[in-house]
Design a protein around this ligand. Structure first.
Ligand SMILES: [Mg+2]
Length: 181
């Protein structure tokens, strides 16, 4: 396991940066000792505000479950019914209205999973919520590219430009690991 608290500007840097959740091999997570996965919803698992999940992504969730890795959806969305319905459908946990990057949402997710930060991965598409919050909590952080360009206007115009700049900086300094997990 390579989780652990990151300092300074590296708190914004994911441990891994991949194209999609499908680039994350469940077996490797298991073999590296991870037992819990905290999953962002919008633009990580499903397009923004949507509920339809691609068959491959659904299979990927099932594969994690088969290995015995516990999963908790952690969404900042105020529409908590959607997370709950998806969690129910997959037989996994959900924490809605998470207020990421606040620690409280992550704590609720860890409680639901029953795992320690060091054996838990957060997977999300946003640096300033999913990744920064996860790094602060000592989770292993994996950033994925957003599934779809359609997103909250704040995200699109306020979060993405500095995120792109930081990704460029981390890549240039050799901090960004873009291999499969
Ligand atoms: Mg997201």
């Amino acid at each position: 396991m390579e989780a652990g608290e990151r300092k300074g500007i590296l708190r914004f840097c994911p441990h891994r940066y991949v194209r999609s959740v499908l680039d994350i091999a469940p077996r490797e997570l298991w073999e590296r000792g991870f037992r819990g996965v905290v999953l962002d919803l919008d633009n990580t698992l499903v397009p923004w505000q949507k509920e339809e999940i691609e068959a491959e992504v659904a299979n990927w969730i099932e594969e994690l479950k088969r290995l015995g890795i516990r999963i908790c959806l952690l969404s900042n969305s105020l529409r908590t019914g959607r997370s709950q319905r998806m969690a129910h459908r997959f037989g996994i946990k959900a924490v809605g209205w998470a207020r990421k990057p606040a620690r409280s949402g992550f704590r609720r997710a860890l409680e639901a999973l029953g795992t320690s930060p060091a054996e838990t991965v957060i997977i999300g598409d946003q640096m300033f919520t999913d990744i920064f919050g996860g790094n602060r909590m000592g989770l292993y952080t994996i950033m994925v590219q957003p599934l779809h360009p359609h997103e909250f206007l704040y995200t699109r115009f306020i979060s993405r430009p500095p995120e792109r700049l930081l990704l460029w900086y981390f890549r240039r300094r050799g901090h960004l690991k873009e291999a499969r997990v």
